[in-house]
Design a protein around this ligand. Structure first.
Ligand code: HAM
Length: 429
């Protein structure tokens, strides 16, 4: 196939064998969020470029290098959303949802787009499930977000495979003072920094803390740390969060170098990390962004949230063999019919069975091929039973009922008795 007729690199088809795991994850999450009183919000995939440039911040990798930006027919610069927080803030402001201190607890799910170098766990179109909470300033809500993700890990069987990294970035003033101190420290060692970090020294110096370069990391050992600069209010907030996590029995590791790649954070930041996926091990990340709403022209409105990477979580579930087998359950019943009158009757009968037995999985293949080929397909489908309808069955108002797995002979069942018979057989199977 020519390249232009193939999927774009880093943008994956999610094939039928994978979608059950996706639905399982999405459903588990949605049910869990219902239990905490969160509401779903659905947002456009395209926004004005300025929303992300201002929200996520010039100087971040996402804005400077990774956005899918283009001019539409009206010459307006639009961008495929690289994440969900900026759009959520825009929406709550636009609809007056946070006015008068109204609390909002929202979640969303959907595709995000970043022009990154694709590898296992990192894609150009990927999917997030995210949560954003507005107008709650205390550490209790930061704790709730972590507690509910912890509950999700336990539900999915992942609790032993993820660890929590935690940090506080302090107020924006405290961070600015710290940034100056860090820059002063690193400027004296400029020549020893890797190229990327040299560039970041002017664009986004805090990100140097995240550097994968070993020489740079060695240099950072003696560097001032964020925690030395934490303002008193942020320190109290952070202590409050830690106390709540301790009370909930959730283990965490304080990582003073955790700064996150998006500019809007203040105070709490956290990441859930696994060692089982190689270098792309962060499965869920978030934090507090108390200044973002004012940055967009709104009244001061505290905000906090997180997003998890669906691909990474599905990979993790698959790697650990934790996708429940029954998700891929084949059809219960495969309907074969021969000759047009029997085909028509089979279709009607199938609909009647669907009425009588909600939830039954019924695959109709009426009229597709010879007797032999239909049976072959019925067997291959993995269904428990086959229903057979031909001219003789039609005349006698019965169907042939044939167990496809294990013991049992084919028998004729009257149409009216079929729902009851099928229900009993399925229960047994
Ligand atoms: P983020 O750390 O950029 O944060 O992304 C959150 C998660 O999305 C990551 O931890 C990862 O699991 C997944 N992810 C990110 N990029 C990719 C990619 N290229 N391929 C596959 N998965 C990826 C945010 O997006 C913030 N909006 C989170 C947030 C919400 N903070 C506050 N509220």
């Amino acid at each position: 196939m020519s390249k232009s007729l193939q999927a774009i690199r880093g943008m994956n088809d999610i094939l039928p064998e994978q979608t059950p795991a996706w639905r399982y994850l999405e459903r588990t999450f949605a049910d869990l969020l219902d239990g905490y009183g969160y509401s779903e919000i659905r947002l456009p995939i395209l926004e004005f470029t300025e929303l992300f440039a201002r929200g996520i911040g010039e100087g971040t990798d996402v804005v400077d290098k990774e956005m899918y930006t283009f001019l539409d027919r009206n010459e307006e610069s639009l961008t495929l959303r690289p994440e969900g927080t900026a759009g959520t803030v825009r929406a709550v402001l636009e609809h007056g949802m946070t006015g008068g201190g109204q609390v909002q607890k929202l979640w969303y799910a959907g595709p995000m787009f970043r022009y990154e170098k694709p590898q296992k766990g990192r894609y150009r179109q990927f999917h997030q499930i995210g949560v954003e909470v507005f107008n709650l300033a205390g550490p209790d809500i930061d704790a709730e977000l972590i507690v509910l993700t912890w509950r999700l890990w336990k539900k999915l069987g992942l609790a032993d495979s993820v660890t929590l990294q935690l940090n506080s970035l302090g107020s924006s003033e405290a961070r600015a003072t710290y940034r100056d101190a860090l820059v002063a420290f690193l400027k004296e060692r400029y020549d020893q920094l890797d190229e990327d970090s040299q560039r970041r020294l002017t664009t986004n110096p805090l990100r140097i803390l995240d550097s994968k370069n070993e020489t740079t990391q060695a240099l950072l050992v003696g560097a001032p740390t964020l925690h030395d600069y934490l303002d008193e209010e942020s320190r109290v907030h952070f202590e409050g969060l830690k106390a709540r996590l301790d009370a909930a029995g959730i283990a965490y590791e304080i990582n003073p170098k955790l700064v996150r790649g998006l500019d809007y954070y203040s105070r709490t930041v956290f990441e859930w990390v696994t060692t089982k996926l190689g270098s792309q091990g962060t499965v869920c990340a978030g934090g507090r962004y108390d200044g973002l709403v004012t940055q967009f022209g709104g009244k001061p409105t505290p905000g906090v949230g997180f997003a998890m990477g669906v691909e990474r979580l599905v990979l993790l579930l698959e790697t650990l063999g934790l996708v429940p087998a029954e998700l891929a359950r084949p059809a219960d019943l495969y309907v074969c019919a021969f000759g047009e009158p029997a085909e028509l009757a089979a279709l009607t009968l199938a609909e009647r069975l669907r009425d009588a037995l909600p939830g039954v999985r019924l695959l109709v293949n009426a009229g597709a091929g010879s007797f032999k080929s239909q049976f072959k397909k019925a067997d291959k489908s993995g269904a428990q039973f086959a229903l057979i309808m031909g001219d003789d069955e039609l005349a006698a108002r019965v169907v042939g009922f044939k167990p496809l797995r294990g013991e049992g002979e084919q028998q004729n069942i009257a149409w009216d008795a079929l729902p009851e018979h099928l229900a009993a057989c399925l229960k047994q199977a």
